[in-house]
Design a protein around this ligand. Structure first.
Ligand SMILES: [Zn+2]
Ligand SMILES: [Zn+2]
Length: 347
């Protein structure tokens, strides 16, 4: 089968690989119909994720059709349309029972396209299929649902839920890439009074306004914090969501969080950041971190089904699996190409 294979920093190829087979009775093999590329895949391509080794098929998002099931899979059968969660989980260990699927103690967590082969291929093997796949309702828009593998639950769980966004809140989201935009879309479940989007790309800020941002701030001049303080009568924001994973964006969050407020980190940090305890020690703030658990996926499926949230707006480009190398080039040049999420179709 065709697959996008990682061969060390900056080296990738579209190659022929053996079709995956059932290894454990709890596995399923899924024929991928649609997948996408994540910002995390770009981190991997830079060599930032050393746990990804030479020869690994990348990708942790997608939808498909069940091709084969192990003898212990009871929730799915051959031919079922399924959404693949970016988090694989047994559903039975202590962490899974707490709803912390991201830290599944039986070898789950973020493993797809990381420590086992992923979804940017014609087929993928999904361990613990019963708990790691979701049935797609008949008639659902499968392209929109690709956004539910990772970015929507990530923006919602790590940003909105951890940040405890409430009605009337002032929320700032630092970084308006797909994850920041997913937080913007799902923050609106709670009717905050203001959502301020911060980025350095005017195109993405314009898109943010269409997606419901009430104010936007371009941080090209590095003055985002001053501008947000001026917009909020020097009070700052109730919730500052970090959606970039850099010290410059984390610093903005620390500078604008109001007394009693929340900083919710989503970004993948490759380097340490400074925590300004000299200011924050007395500020009654809460700082949260999280790897997405995808426990809200069933709820998000309903909101997408009803049209309450429309993640399809995030899709800007389409490619076939044969064009996956070009798709990476486009996504890697997201600002110039005005790319948000890219759909890669198999077949
Ligand atoms: Zn991802
Ligand atoms: Zn588990």
């Amino acid at each position: 089968m065709k697959a996008l294979v990682y061969h060390g920093a900056a080296k990738r190829a579209l190659e022929n690989k053996p079709k995956p087979v059932i290894k454990e009775p709890t596995d399923a093999v899924v024929k991928i119909t649609k997948t996408t590329i994540c910002g995390t895949d770009l981190h991997i391509m830079k060599g930032d994720v050393p746990t990804v080794t030479d020869g690994r098929i990348l990708g942790h998002e997608g939808v498909g059709i069940v091709e084969q099931v192990g003898s212990n899979v009871s929730n799915f059968k051959v031919g079922d349309h399924v959404l693949i969660s970016c988090i694989t989980s047994c559903g039975k260990c202590a962490n899974c029972k707490k709803g912390m699927y991201s830290h599944c103690e039986n070898g789950g967590g973020w493993i797809l396209g990381h420590t086992i082969d992923g979804t940017q291929a014609e087929y993928v093997r999904i361990p613990f299929a019963d708990n790691s796949l979701y049935a797609i309702p008949a008639g659902a828009d499968e392209e929109a649902l690709v956004m539910l593998s990772d970015i929507l639950p990530t923006g919602f769980e790590c940003g909105v839920l951890n940040g405890q966004v409430k009605p009337g809140d002032t929320v700032a989201i630092v970084g308006s890439g797909p994850i920041g935009l997913a937080a913007l879309l799902t923050a609106q479940f709670y009717s905050p009074a203001e959502i301020i989007m911060i980025d350095i790309d005017d195109n993405r800020l314009d898109i943010s306004k269409k997606f419901g941002a009430t104010k936007v701030v371009n941080n090209k001049d590095g003055k985002a914090a001053e501008k947000v303080m001026a917009m909020t009568n020097n009070k700052g924001v109730d919730v500052a969501i970090e959606a970039l994973g850099m010290s410059v964006s984390f610093d903005v969050c620390q500078a604008i969080v109001t007394a009693g407020g929340h900083i919710a980190n989503i970004g993948v940090h490759g380097k340490p950041v400074q925590l300004n305890m000299d200011k924050l020690w007395s500020h009654n703030i809460t700082l949260t971190t999280r790897l997405v658990d995808t426990v809200t996926t069933p709820m998000l499926l309903k909101t997408v089904g009803s049209g309450k949230v429309q993640p399809k707006q995030l899709i800007t480009h389409h490619f076939t699996l044969n064009e996956v190398m070009k798709a990476y080039d486009t996504f890697g040049n997201a600002m110039k190409e005005r790319a948000l999420k890219i759909i890669i179709t198999n077949g």
